[in-house]
Design a protein around this ligand. Sequence first.
Ligand SMILES: NC(=O)c1ccc[n+]([C@@H]2O[C@H](COP(=O)([O-])OP(=O)(O)OC[C@H]3O[C@@H](n4cnc5c(N)ncnc54)[C@H](O)[C@@H]3O)[C@@H](O)[C@H]2O)c1
Ligand SMILES: [Zn+2]
Length: 363
Amino acid sequence: MHTIPVRLVRGRSHRYDVVVQSGLLEQLPNRLGFLAGGNDLFIITDATVNRLYGRQLARGCDREGVRALVLEVPPGESSKNADLVFRLHTELLTHGITRRSLIVAFGGGVIGDLAGFVAATVLRGVPFVQVPTTLLAQVDSSIGGKVGIDHPVGKNLIGAFCQPGAVFIDPRVLATLPARQFRNGLAEVVKIAAALDAGFFSFLVKRRRAVTRTNVRLLESVIARAVGLKAAVVEKDEFERDARRSLNLGHTLGHAIEAATSYRIQHGEAVSMGMAAEAAIAVSLGLMTREECGRLYALLRSLGLPVAFPRIRDRALFMAALSMDKKGVRGAPRFVLPAGIGASALGVEVPPALIDRLLGIGT
Ligand SMILES: NC(=O)c1ccc[n+]([C@@H]2O[C@H](COP(=O)([O-])OP(=O)(O)OC[C@H]3O[C@@H](n4cnc5c(N)ncnc54)[C@H](O)[C@@H]3O)[C@@H](O)[C@H]2O)c1
Ligand SMILES: [Zn+2]
């Protein structure tokens, strides 16, 4: 078992633990009951996770004498919308939620973002706990307190910073995750290592063939290490003013790739392509050696992740998405680029000719 404390210093200081343990799901009713302290539990989940693990959790709560209501939403990104938030508010209020109740986000990143946003807004804030069930959610979205939904203008544009009371991670649930989803999560693991920790990167290179959905022992340590690294960055910069932007490695180009391909390319795949392209740009700008860039490409490839930049048919859409990236300053895309392995350079302006080269223009 790994327990990673996250300590945040805000108006009042806040500390919570991220627990990573295989088999944790069985202990969850007990732990949740303790945190709820006799108050009601509202578990928000999606239909897939509910079918696979919901009954087990609900039965466990029954056994522990914890009053729990399960609220199910459809799986997928389309659930991150304002109508659904309002419907969940209505359900919670009609079932008598109070500020002492506990909301549990039980699912992937969609559920974490959605349920977290519902928790941040209903009654001006009800405590919530993250129980992430995809690799992406376990290493990335459940850590750091960013919650929110999509807007027709763009993804993740409505939201809040709202930290959970705890994060409970059971790597065993990854056994049922589709392989493509698992690889999406691995892209974020590589991102964390490439941006922050050369030692972790070398560890991944060494164990790359052993990182499978069912190797729970290895997954436990990979997840705990990634969480520890992300948590340390969040502690330094909760509201993403500077250091936390290093976690956007691969994402400036990745988001534009997703948008310009109408989201046919999944997030982790787009991040992998984005990271690879940003590494090539970093080589051109003298921030990274060819050899380091080659190591990054090799690791991504060996994990089954794509590195070739996709064909972008609609260049205008791509460029618009690039300048829409909300982390940009007044429309000018600013890149996070790798600076060797394990470090990154923030806010780099990339010459337009290098972007043209990616898009196959003028080469
Ligand atoms: N808040 C943040 O900091 C942050 C960071 C990164 C990504 N995100 C958000 O996360 C979302 C993507 O998260 P995701 O990739 O986890 O997507 P997701 O929540 O849609 O999950 C992917 C699919 O896997 C299914 N699933 C979940 N757990 C499963 C399991 N154990 N076994 C079988 N199937 C399972 C889900 O039902 C879903 O169909 C995006 O909306 C993105 O914006 C947020
Ligand atoms: Zn991401």
